[in-house]
Ligand binder design. Sequence first.
Ligand code: SF4
Length: 329
Amino acid sequence: MKPLVDTFGRVATNLRISVTDRCNFRCRYCMPEEGMQWMNRKEILTFEEILRLAKIFIALGINKIRLTGGEPTLRKDLTQLIAMLSPLPGLKDLGMTTNGFFLKEFAGDFYRAGLRRINVSLDSLAPDRFAEMARREAYQKVMAGLDELAKYPIRPVKINTVIMKGFNDDEVLPLVEFARARDYQIRFIEFMPLDGEGVWSRDKVMTTGEILDSIRRKYDLIPKETRADHVPADTFRFVDGRGEVGFISSVSEPFCESCNRVRITADGHFRNCLFSLEETDLKTPLRTGASDAELAELIRAEVWRKWAGHQINLATFIKPERNMSQIGG
Ligand code: SF4
């Protein structure tokens, strides 16, 4: 089958599936304190619908799937979905991004169901600061989850950290040392204008360049991978061999030219870009008798019309209607 290509010649091979828009945290860079108007449960794709779409996407060349949210572990029986997806022929990699709150309970189940990669969001190592960022007293629970995770060969464990100036920009080195001590790969993700409260502004973004400078004051780093490998992160190795650090520089150094990612929202809308202003509803045709071939054509058309990239740095930038928790990272 022809690959999923766009007019710039990029091929989509990496699918992010949001399994819920709900979250038990209220991270400042993502969701308002009062939360969002949650999607009606009837609007959320069932596991069978997700499985059917995943098979169609894999037939179109997708080989990596990442489960996202909101907070994916809030989705009831998520282990079942992992067990349905992980054995799919053609799927090389099944990962998940989580806030870690329920890892203590479910890490083992996720591993046994076939999950092999995990990214855990962690923005502070100080319980009070953690509570300030996530607006939840959950630091100890997340730490207990990371300890539980260590019992299973889910590797690499990546720590996703968003630095907001004025909040946790003084924790870059402590977070780096935490990750080195535990052999995690830490990834600093630039704060993006996708928050539900509209607090984003350029002066709150600690750029990759600034974070690198603060790390290099103490450690020598060598570049590991470049974007030619289609990974969103620029990764560096510590010269002393202890660990790696990655950077997702969507604002200061956009990497759209090599983007291979597409997304399905929890309510079954297909997005060719995190920041796209349009999307294709797959749920309605899925529930009204469309064939796999018809769904594949809708998917192919949506990828074909993918723009060159986000416009955060342009005067024409328009914030998408959905915020991060309604798209899935
Ligand atoms: S902003 Fe859109 S095009 Fe750019 S890397 Fe992200 S998903 Fe890809």
